[in-house]
Ligand binder design. Structure first.
Ligand code: ADP
Ligand code: MG
Length: 705
């Protein structure tokens, strides 16, 4: 029965090879099922009639009953068009067509009663309908096909070939006629009843040709639920498989290194969230299965320490750990932080990057192989084949979205039993997205900042008040603070795409700042991604050591750079940054005891989205709230770009609008797999069959390393 839905679309009556090619190319419709899943994006209620006097300017469409006036051709050449009028008891509107005049002359009958349907525009104070749909009133009286008519998305190319919304509707009806009794059920009776009783076939029928609003709503609800439910079932099922398959080292005990550090060296109390996450990690690493855990924590929430504590547990169990960072600067910083934390403890920490000198590298590699290095911190250099561990037990990856999946996979090869993997990210992933993307992973959230932090104060300033901003910077420098000024050199990773104007803005900015803050009283440094590594490191180091007051930079400083004395972040052209990027940049300040500030500079004219982004930044410091807003503004597709991961295909459900239903679908799936993990109960047979169908040929995805 499933086979009928898999029939290629060209075999449907009214399609044929040419239209099939178009449907495939334009709408990704290959099979009968694909067509059924090309859902209407809205409905018009054709039982409602308007009167000319009731028309208002921004109506999406209106339906009138009246008399068609005479047809006239007006205008010259390009401006040539066919016009007419349409009159009901309350008034008259204009009609206009820019093409098809010959056909219209032949088929329309002026003076007759028509039903008109279309979008009203206001032109020179009168309502006008471009290219209205016209239907003889007497025909309509005979066949009112349906009150609620679906509207399908289509493309210009399709419309030109006669496959507009109405034609697609017709195909749907032909198909449904052919499929009577042949659309297999995918849910259990129990679930169907719970979801208001529509079978899958009935739901498809109601969605494409609704009988009334109630049944339409029930159909949409069922189909959305079904879609979200199977996404969750797939993810959860894969998680179960993964857990059965992946053997991991058992870190059964917590020993001296952890305990001594925790009791005698930890300079502060862990936050509640840190304690909870460390506990989750400990539990994972003790199970005998490989840990794949994602730790999300806002900037400054103390992820590094959580990583360190996990590495000490590995060490207590006789294993080495690696901490990987996406950049040289970050690796150095982590190395310095860990070394400081571990001072006086018998733990050997080394740093390995592309810049490590040959002799030193050789000694590090030897010590790693001999098991004399306990923790190694580094960049991609750690992935090289010559890096061999005696016994690698844990890999901690900072800021995962900068690492490719393939690169991470190379770590697996370094150990007979795959190491536990902990990924730490400061990019908060909205809950709904995380549930669909990482539903098969374990995630922890550090949702609490260490005590005593002063929330960063964020303000929006227009370019016109630059001198006041400079004045403020001067005051802060006088107090001994340091300042970041960031420019949007967005494409710098790819010089071919780079915008020359951006680089000019950056260098102009640098010049005007050095003019306003001149030597010898002030010092200004600059870094951007197109500098060579040595210059970049040098400039960065000067700022870190406090030798310069201002760092003019691009987004190279976005991730992880830690200079506690820097308390002001000025972001130029803030309207050009995405929300999560703004939030990451802001996270560079607010790391010390002083009050920190973030100043968002923009031009006077702001688009709606840009304004919403700036307002969100000014309103809140909460990374998760920002991520949710980002999701709403940009949509999941765009957000995915930055997360490098595949979002499951969705036809009818929407991650933002249907968040509550997603939550429900997940709960139902969890419960079902809990009660019947193998889906062997006969009453779940249709679910089992559909799931097996969907799992065919799918790799185990979602794994983070
Ligand atoms: P992020 O999560 O952004 O990586 P870090 O790990 O860099 O945050 O921590 C930010 C700062 O907070 C560091 O200076 C760190 O030493 C400090 N810190 C971490 N945990 C605590 C805590 N429980 N109490 C006080 N300070 C903490
Ligand atoms: Mg960090």
């Amino acid at each position: 029965m499933q086979d009928l839905l898999a029939t290629p679309i060209e075999f449907l009556k009214g399609v044929g090879p040419q239209r099939a090619a178009l449907l495939r190319g334009e709408l990704e419709v290959h099979t009968y099922l694909d067509l059924l899943q090309h859902f209407p994006f809205r409905y018009v209620d054709r039982s409602i009639f308007h009167q000319v006097k009731d028309l208002v300017e921004d109506m999406p469409q209106a339906q009138l009953r009246g008399v068609l006036g005479p047809l006239r051709t007006v205008g010259e050449k390009q401006g040539r068009r066919l016009v007419s009028t349409f009159t009901d008891a309350s008034g008259t509107v204009d009609l206009v067509w820019f093409k098809g005049a010959r056909w219209l002359h032949a088929s329309l009958k002026p003076g007759q009663q028509y039903i008109l349907f279309g979008k009203p525009n206001v032109f020179k104070g009168r309502f006008s309908f471009p290219h209205p749909e016209l239907e003889l009133a007497e025909t309509r009286e005979q066949v009112l096909e349906a009150a609620l008519q679906p509207v399908y998305s289509t493309t210009e190319k399709l419309t030109a070939k006669g496959l507009g919304s109405r034609a697609i509707w017709k195909l749907q009806k032909t198909l449904l006629g052919q499929l009577v009794g042949s659309i297999p059920e995918t849910l259990s009776k129990e679930l169907i009843d719970w979801l208001s009783g529509l079978s899958r076939e009935e739901a498809f029928r109601q969605v494409h040709a609704p009988q009334d609003q109630t049944r339409l709503d029930a159909a949409i609800h069922r189909l959305k639920f079904e879609e979200l439910f199977f996404i969750q079932m797939l993810l959860l099922k894969q998680k179960l498989l993964l857990q059965q398959q992946l053997r991991g080292n058992v870190f059964g005990s917590v020993g001296d290194h952890f305990n001594t550090f925790y009791k005698e060296h930890l300079p502060f109390e862990l936050t509640g969230a840190q304690k909870r996450v460390v506990k989750e990690i400990r539990k994972d690493m003790g199970t005998g299965r490989q840990m794949n855990r994602l730790v999300q924590g806002d900037v400054g929430s103390g992820k590094t320490l959580v990583g360190l504590l996990s590495m000490l547990i590995a060490l207590d169990n006789g294993f080495q750990s690696a901490l990987m960072a996406p950049t040289e600067i970050l690796a150095q910083q982590h190395f310095a932080t860990l070394s400081r934390f571990l001072e006086g403890l018998p733990v050997v920490v080394r740093l390995l990057t592309g810049n490590t000198k040959v002799a030193e590298r050789r000694s590090i590699l030897e010590a790693l192989r001999a098991g004399e290095v306990h923790l190694i911190v580094g960049t991609h250099a750690l992935l090289e084949d010559r890096v061999v561990f005696k016994q690698l037990g844990l890999v901690v990856i900072d800021e995962q979205h900068r690492f490719g999946v393939a690169q991470r996979a190379r770590l697996w090869a370094k150990s007979a039993v795959p190491p536990h993997v902990l990924v730490m990210t400061a990019t908060p992933i909205p809950r709904t997205l995380a549930m669909t993307l990482y539903g098969d992973l374990d995630t922890s959230v550090i949702d609490e900042l260490p005590p005593g932090r002063k929330p960063i104060r964020t303000v929006h300033r227009y370019d016109s008040s630059r001198s006041a901003v400079f004045g403020f910077m001067e005051e802060e420098i006088a107090k001994g603070r340091q300042i970041y000024v960031v420019y949007p050199l967005i494409e710098e990773a790819d010089p071919a795409k780079m915008n020359g104007q951006d680089l000019k803005d950056l260098t102009d900015g640098f010049e005007s700042i050095t003019r306003r803050f001149p030597l010898p009283k002030y010092a200004v440094s600059m870094v951007h991604g197109r500098m060579d590594q040595a210059t970049k490191d040098y400039e960065m180091a000067r700022f870190k050591k406090g030798e310069t007051n201002i760092l003019v930079a691009t987004t190279v400083i976005e991730v992880g750079v830690d200079v506690p004395n820097a308390s002001v972040m000025v972001i130029e052209n803030a309207e050009r940054f995405g929300l999560s990027q703004l939030h990451q940049l802001r996270g560079r300040v607010g790391r010390g005891a002083e009050q920190s500030f973030c100043i968002l500079m923009t031009g006077d004219k702001l688009g709606n989205d840009a304004r919403a982004r700036i307002e969100t930044m000014v309103r809140t410091n909460d990374g998760f709230e920002i991520a949710e807003t980002d999701l709403r503004l940009r949509g999941p597709g765009d957000l995915m770009g930055t997360l490098q991961s595949g979002l499951p295909e969705m036809h009818i459900a929407d991650l933002i609008a249907d968040a509550a239903l997603l939550q429900q679908a997940r709960q139902v799936a969890l419960r079902l797999l809990d009660l019947d993990p193998g889906l062997r109960d006969p009453k779940n047979a249709s679910i089992a069959r559909s799931l097996a169908e969907r799992m065919k040929g799918k790799p185990v995805w979602g794994r983070i390393s």
